[in-house]
Write a protein of this length. Structure first.
Length: 146
């Protein structure tokens, strides 16, 4: 009888541990997606489209011009660290945080849609290995009119 109770407690512990680990990864991922959106708010409205279809797994999707290029490189490092096709200076690696969860590289994709000439819809999707769902954050950014 005691053995059955101990086995039940052990099973409950494993379930709670798994749930806690997943929620921690989700919290980190949501914070990273929010940071990406905030960085996008700092660039000129017309430059937002340069980040459309940026994929942290695809070096060829890197924007050609600054400041979008530097921001995208920083996001890549934050999401997945350095890797095939990506190189960073020692200073960048020292100054830029990386949020790889449990040593696993995440993947981030940014989509920019233009529902009107004064509005951009930004969708940031971050996939974490061994997580059941991707984290997706969407927001609207409007052109400021003087």
């Amino acid at each position: 009888m005691v053995a059955i109770a101990l086995l039940s407690i052990a099973a409950l512990y494993l379930t709670a541990h798994t749930t806690l680990e997943r929620s921690g990864k989700t919290t980190v991922t949501v914070a990273l997606a929010r940071r990406i959106v905030e960085d996008m708010r700092s660039i000129p409205f017309n430059s937002l489209v340069a980040l459309d279809n940026f994929d942290t797994d695809d070096p060829s999707s890197l924007p050609a011009n600054e400041p979008e290029r530097d921001i995208a490189r920083r996001w890549r490092y934050a999401v997945a660290g350095d890797g095939v096709g990506w190189s960073y200076t020692a200073t960048e690696m020292l100054n830029w945080p990386t949020f790889a969860v449990s040593g696993a590289a995440m993947r981030g994709v940014i989509e920019v849609d233009s529902p009107s000439t004064s509005m951009r819809e930004i969708i940031v999707t971050i996939a974490v290995p061994r997580q059941p769902k991707d984290v997706q954050l969407a927001t609207l950014i409007s052109r400021t009119v003087p």
